[in-house]
Every structure is written in structure tokens, then in C-alpha cells.
Design a protein around this ligand. Structure first.
Ligand code: B12
Ligand code: SF4
Length: 511
């Protein structure tokens, strides 16, 4: 084990990104207002190594989905504490407060629940962490919801009206076919606070089952399901946004579905990004279709450069020696790549991290996201590390992928955290941003503007978020990207001069 622990320079984390808004002086005199529902996304501390802008790109779909499933006769309000506008409004006091809970902000969610209940509101908790650890969440709420919230929500509201709210509800993932789910209600969102309110989901589940992924959690293992393509496209159109983010865990899990989606999206002239697994590049013409359909960026879980690591976490993925060629395929079709990497897998050693960053630069990944391996409760990884006596604690707020919460095989925990900071510092440095610029000049200009705003402007983000200027700041860059993408597409088509039916699945078809 190396004794050299890298010490990345300390980052200042402004107080609003570090601490939740105070709840100490909450006083409410009135009774709960009948029919008023408040949906809350609790505060979580931000990672000083990452971009603060990341948290205001798109809203999570959990709360808009519940709003969409709310029957008539209720008024729904939305509050996201991460938008830095203070704690949720307590006046008028809602009849019901619904809080979404992830493990990193479970403590904050419980604190909010306690406060609202003390004032006389009823509180329902749901979300990933409630599904993973229902017994922990139950004492903090009047009711908890595990599994799919959509089929349960109208039932729960009817029970509340009838005065027979139950302490636990479970939504089976197959209870309501995915095609029959109501559309999320985005009218509750503060539009100016997000880059785009068009976060969209088309599928759930994944053909892989990596042992660290939350999809491997008991009660969260969803059968693979897709929404009808026409519904997804109509929903995107209705948002009126130029840019959408697919929040599917893996939009590329079923390639025939992705292909149909691309064909239906192409005429919209819209741009979008999505998480896909690298194996979509098995079919180069699918990547070409993605580019033509407006895909400007993909989030790809490469995870590691080590084959041993890939096998150990049961990730079925193309081998690392093929990564560069496959990245190039995305680039050839105007698609930027944000690579996601898990640090601290059992085959990782101190020399793995400089090697990884070296590869990221050589392959010119436009963006990289690092996560320290984190055992989410209920996953096979959690069970394994627990059985091996390698878990350091169960302080969930530190299970945020920026802290090492287990004993890595070949590194000390603090050494791994040091390498994590080092990787971000290197990849966000001006020299590295420059080295990874796209080869074409216009693309490089857009990339540099976006990257500098996203990665190098954390003090500015604090100002933009508080003043609700996020959308205004991003919008010109988004429009520019869209116009550039459309122009590129037109040039591409002209240079090919072959009708779509004649397209060959060979890589050359997209060049
Ligand atoms: C959008 C998103 C973000 C956004 C916004 C997150 C936020 N909290 O606001 C951003 C980019 C900021 C983000 C950041 C991070 N994220 Co994130 N993110 C997502 C993503 C892609 C989509 C979330 C979403 O909209 N899902 C769709 C909704 C409909 O599903 P859902 O939330 O499960 O809700 C359903 C049920 O759970 C239930 N439900 C949910 N809430 C409630 C509440 C009530 C009252 C009821 C009744 C029911 C209910 O009903 C809903 C409908 O069935 C998910 C992956 C995914 N596809 O879910 C990852 C995911 C949630 N993120 C994850 C992680 C790890 C992170 C980061 C730590 C990553 C990082 N290294 O920075 C940070 C930390 C942020 C944090 N502490 O939350 C993990 C969470 C793992 C875990 N076990 O907690 C996920 C699952 C990705 C993954 N596969 O690993 N994320
Ligand atoms: S490929 Fe990605 S989404 Fe699928 S199981 Fe693995 S980590 Fe989860």
C-alpha cells in the first residue's frame, strides 16, 4: 500500500451549500388547510469537488410524478430546499406533506417530518431510501410508501380523506402498467430555477445488475418496462423546452426501443442527453440515430479500466481496451461523453487513478464524474462488505459517494478520499479542460463555454441559484448548442445523400 496520500487543495463550501436552512424558529398558529399538499425535496450538502450547477440542471421526477398522480380536489405545492430559498413554507400549514427520501438526506427528511408533524400536518415519506430501509423510516411519518408511488398515491389520499390513513403502503412495480402512468405535472415547478424542467423518463430497470447499483436493492428491483414512444415524445413536446434530460437509469437497455425513440424524436429538432451503457456502441447505426435525433450528450458508466473490477461487480460491459474506440464513435456523431467512474473497487491501487485520468484525457471525454464506491443498504455490495467486516459506519449522510465508508482492499480510506479529490481537481483544471476539447473548432468553442460555466464557476452558481437566474444564465448556451447541433445534422445529411432506408449499419454510414 502506498503511503503517498494526495492532498487536493481545500475547496471552500459556502454555507448555503453546506448546511440546511434553519428550522428553529418555526411557529404556525392556524390549522392545517384541508386539501393542501406540499411536496418536498430536502436539502443535501454539496460536494465541494463537483459543480454546484449540477444540482439545478433538472428537477428529480419523483415529486412531479406524484403531482401528476394526484386526483382532482387537491392543491399541490412544490418545495426544493436545494434551490436556496430557505426552508419549506409552513404557512398556510398543509394538510399533507409528502417528502422524498434518499439515503444522503434521510436525516434532513426526518427532521422536516418531525417539524411538520409537531405543527399538526400529516407526513408521508417515500422514495429510494424508504424502500430500502422501511423500518428505519416508519417511525418518522404518519405513513410510508415503498416501491412505486404512482398506484399508491390516489389510494393514500382517499384513505386520508376518509380518516383511515394506514401506516404503510406498498406499490408493486407491476400494479399499474407503465403505459398507464399519468404524465408528471411540471406546472408546480419554479421554471426559472432549473436549466430545464424537461427531465423525462422513458423506461425503468436495466438489463445489467451491477452489485453496487441501487437497482440491485431488494424492493427496488423493478421489472424492465418502457413507456410508449408516442407518449414520451408528446410529453417532451408539451414541456415547450428546447432541451430534455432522460433520467432513465439506462436508456439503452433495449436497443430496439431506443432506436424507435430516436426515430420519433428526430423531427422535433430538440436536443437531449441520457445515461446509456457503453454496449449501445455495438450498433454504430444506433449511435448515428441518436445523433440525428438530437442527442448531444451521454452519461456512460465505464466504472473502471480494470477487467477484474468489472467482473467482480458483475457489470457486463465491453472490455476496457475497447473504450477509446467506442468513445470515438459517440464523438463522430456529435455526442459528448460524460464518463462515470467508481473509485475504490477491489482491484484499485494508488497507480490506478493517474492511469484513469490519463485515459480520460487521451480519449478526450468532455466530462467525468467520479464516485467513491458506496454500498447502498440492501444491495449485494452492502451485504458482501458487511459480511467481510469492511463497513466503517452507518452514517447515511456520508454515503454520498464523496466519502469512503468502507475499508478498500489496497488503500486506506483517507487515501481513497485523497485520490477522489485529486481526480476531480485534475479533470476540472484549465489544462485538462483544454486538452480534452473537441477537435472541431466550433464544437470546441461551445464545449469550453459550457465547461467553464459548469465546472469553474461555483461562486457564480451560488449567486445564480439564490437569485433564480439559473435558466436565464444557461438558456443562451442551450439555444446555441441546439442550433449548432441542427446545423451539424443538416451538413451530415447533405454529405451522405442517401435515403434512410439505404443506411448501412456500418460505422461509415454515420461519417
Ligand atoms: C435526477 C437525479 C439526480 C439529480 C437530482 C436529485 C435530487 N435529489 O433532487 C442530481 C443530478 C442533482 C442528482 C445528484 C445525485 N444523485 Co442522483 N439521480 C437522479 C436520477 C437520474 C433520477 C431521479 C428521478 O427523477 N427518478 C424518477 C422517479 C420517478 O423515481 P423515484 O425517485 O424512485 O420515485 C418513485 C418512488 O421512489 C416513489 N417516491 C419517491 N419519492 C416519494 C415521496 C413520496 C411522498 C411518495 C409517496 C413516493 C415517493 O414514487 C416515485 C414513482 O414511483 C436517479 C436515477 C433514477 N432513474 O431514479 C439518480 C439517483 C437517485 N442518484 C443517485 C446518486 C448516487 C446521486 C449522487 C450522490 C451522485 C453524486 N455522486 O453526486 C448525487 C447526490 C444527490 C442527492 N443527495 O440526492 C443514486 C441514488 C442511490 C441511492 N440509493 O440513494 C440514483 C438512484 C442513481 C443510481 N442509479 O445510482 N441525482
Ligand atoms: S449498468 Fe448502470 S443502471 Fe444498469 S445496473 Fe449497472 S450501474 Fe445500474
Amino acid at each position: 500500500m502506498s503511503s503517498t496520500i494526495p492532498h487536493p487543495s481545500p475547496h471552500r463550501l459556502p454555507q448555503p451549500f453546506r448546511e440546511p436552512p434553519a428550522l428553529s424558529r418555526v411557529e404556525v398558529t392556524g390549522e392545517p388547510r384541508p386539501g393542501l399538499i406540499l411536496l418536498v425535496n430536502p436539502f443535501y450538502p454539496k460536494d465541494p469537488h463537483g459543480s454546484f450547477g449540477k444540482h439545478v440542471l433538472t428537477p428529480s421526477l419523483a415529486l412531479t410524478t406524484l403531482a401528476g398522480a394526484t386526483p382532482p380536489g387537491w392543491t399541490v405545492r412544490y418545495w426544493d430546499e436545494n434551490l436556496l430559498q430557505g426552508p419549506p413554507p409552513f404557512e398556510p400549514l398543509p394538510e399533507l406533506v409528502g417528502i422524498t427520501v434518499h439515503l444522503t438526506f434521510a436525516d434532513r427528511a426526518y427532521r422536516l417530518a418531525r417539524t411538520f408533524r409537531a405543527l399538526g400536518a400529516r407526513v408521508v415519506l417515500g422514495g429510494l431510501h424508504v424502500s430500502a430501509c422501511p423500518d428505519e423510516a416508519a417511525p418518522h411519518a404518519d405513513a410510508i410508501v415503498t416501491g412505486d408511488g404512482v398506484p399508491v398515491w390516489p389510494r393514500l389520499l382517499a384513505d386520508l380523506r376518509a380518516g383511515r390513513l394506514e401506516p404503510r403502503y406498498h406499490g408493486d412495480w407491476r400494479e399499474l402498467p407503465y403505459r398507464d402512468h399519468p404524465r408528471p405535472d411540471r406546472s408546480i415547478l419554479p421554471r426559472s430555477s432549473f436549466l430545464t424542467t424537461s427531465s423525462v423518463i422513458a423506461s425503468r430497470g436495466c438489463h445489467n445488475q451491477c452489485d453496487f447499483c441501487c437497482l440491485a436493492t431488494e424492493r427496488l428491483t423493478t421489472p424492465y418496462q418502457t413507456r410508449p414512444v408516442a407518449d414520451v415524445v408528446a410529453e417532451i413536446r408539451a414541456t415547450g423546452e428546447p432541451y430534455s434530460v432522460f433520467v432513465d437509469n439506462n436508456l439503452g437497455s433495449r436497443r430496439d426501443y431506443l432506436r424507435s425513440l430516436c426515430r420519433a424524436l428526430e423531427p422535433l429538432g430538440h436536443i437531449w442527453s441520457a445515461a446509456v451503457t457503453l454496449d449501445v456502441t455495438d450498433e454504430p447505426d444506433l449511435v448515428r440515430d441518436m445523433g440525428r435525433a438530437g442527442c448531444t450528450g451521454v452519461f456512460v458508466g465505464f466504472e473502471t479500466l480494470s477487467r477484474v473490477n468489472l467482473e467482480a461487480v458483475s457489470k457486463r460491459s465491453p472490455p476496457p481496451e475497447e473504450y477509446t474506440r467506442r468513445v470515438r464513435l459517440f464523438h463522430d456523431h456529435g455526442i459528448q461523453v460524460n464518463g462515470s467512474f467508481v473509485l475504490g473497487l477491489d482491484d484499485d491501487r494508488p497507480e490506478s487513478f493517474p492511469e484513469l485520468v490519463g485515459w480520460i484525457e487521451a480519449a478526450r471525454l468532455e466530462c467525468a464524474t467520479f464516485q467513491i464506491l458506496t454500498p447502498y443498504p440492501g444491495t449485494p455490495l452492502f451485504a458482501r462488505l458487511e459480511a467481510e467486516g469492511r463497513l466503517l459506519h452507518r452514517s447515511w449522510s456520508l454515503y454520498d459517494t464523496a466519502h469512503c465508508v468502507f475499508r478498500p482492499r489496497h488503500l486506506a480510506p483517507e487515501e481513497l478520499e485523497g485520490w477522489y479529490g485529486w481526480c476531480y481537481e485534475r479533470v476540472f483544471s484549465p489544462a485538462s479542460v483544454w486538452r480534452r476539447r473537441p477537435e472541431s473548432l466550433p464544437a470546441a468553442g461551445a464545449y469550453l463555454a459550457m465547461t467553464l460555466l459548469y465546472k469553474r464557476c461555483n461562486p457564480l452558481w451560488s449567486f445564480l441559484i439564490r437569485r433564480r437566474l439559473v435558466r436565464a444564465a444557461w438558456r443562451p448556451l442551450v439555444q446555441l448548442s441546439r442550433l449548432r447541433h441542427l446545423a451539424g445534422r443538416r451538413r451530415h445529411r447533405q454529405s451522405l445523400e442517401v435515403p434512410r432506408e439505404a443506411d448501412s449499419p456500418a460505422p461509415a454510414a454515420g461519417r
